[in-house]
Design a protein around this ligand. Sequence first.
Ligand code: NAD
Length: 355
Amino acid sequence: MSSMPLACAMDDKKKVQESLGIALVGLGSYSTYQLAPALEQTRYCHLAGIVTGTASKERQWAGKYDIPTTNIYNYENFDNIADNTDIDIVYVVLPNFMHAEFSIRAAQAGKHVICEKPMAMNVAECDAIIDACAKAGVKLGMGYRLHSEPYTQEVMRYAQEKTFGDILYLTAEAAYRSTGNPNQWRLNRSLSGGGALVNMGVYSIQSAVYGTGENPVSVTAQEFSTRPEYFKDTDETITAQFEFASGALANIMTSHNIWANSLRVSCSQGSYELEPANSYGPLSGRSTKGKISFPHESQQKLQMDDFARHILEGTVNRAPGEMGKRDMIIVEAIYKSIAEGNQKIALALGNMGIV
Ligand code: NAD
């Protein structure tokens, strides 16, 4: 286990003595603008290494974050990371088609794994990641930052404690309007595994589950296409309705053509909502009892510290691999419903992925 940098420890006497080293795999926009800056604020983990296919990024990142050459890898020599005691956790931040390969290689190298969403291209790949981590005896967490975010945790608490009575109806929307390069990997099904549903839709699926505290027992879905010339290969807009064993209903919408970012829950004794509900924050919320308010902190900082504490102290894994797999089962059921002419698809998830 890597030791904490001395300068940090001296800065703050209260800081923990141990900090885990994280290697980011894939230095695209999320690593550059969210994860690396967050790793300058984390207490229980720090940026120790990078894995990139772009040689010019090696120099830039090494200079900016003071990363020794011995902690820099490319996709070919990545497996040598097994011998590197500075690195405890590998964080896979690559296009979706590379998640399974690099999560499995990281596990086989004996490193704990954080895998970005969506977990993989399909449920079979999710199983392969989970199996590889179990076999290697390493921890597996999803990059579901909202599970560490206080507004979201408050909504989870309302669901668990039934603060506003029985949950009757939930709506969740997670969408943005894509107008950029039509050849980007997110719009190429062989690289992304799907369109809006696997990208933003995962947030609305997540909202429906943590907003009710239950997994759905059925899903019925619809697909809409208004810009087929741009969205040639992937889904543009999808709506889906979930039924829950409690009797609650949910209606979700996801799109690469619409701006939307909300979660609303109607209960027998009140209601509450978050808007924005999915972005990097600060989120905002209100209930029939008043404004919901928490100080803002980097969600990614909170998420990575939570995962590091799970490893160091045995605290709960807020977003385990089974949760990523559960969401991919729901994604596949939504696509199946659409393919079968909007048929209702039964789901038998039990408590899978509910922490
Ligand atoms: P991005 O396109 O900005 O970066 C992708 C990186 O992968 C680039 O550095 C690119 O060079 C590299 N790469 C390697 N092989 C590639 C190939 N064949 N095609 C394209 N790129 C290739 O993407 P991003 O926004 O950083 O997203 C990366 C992952 O993180 C995705 O799985 C995405 O869903 C996830 N993500 C999660 C959040 C979140 O809030 N949790 C936010 C953004 C992205």
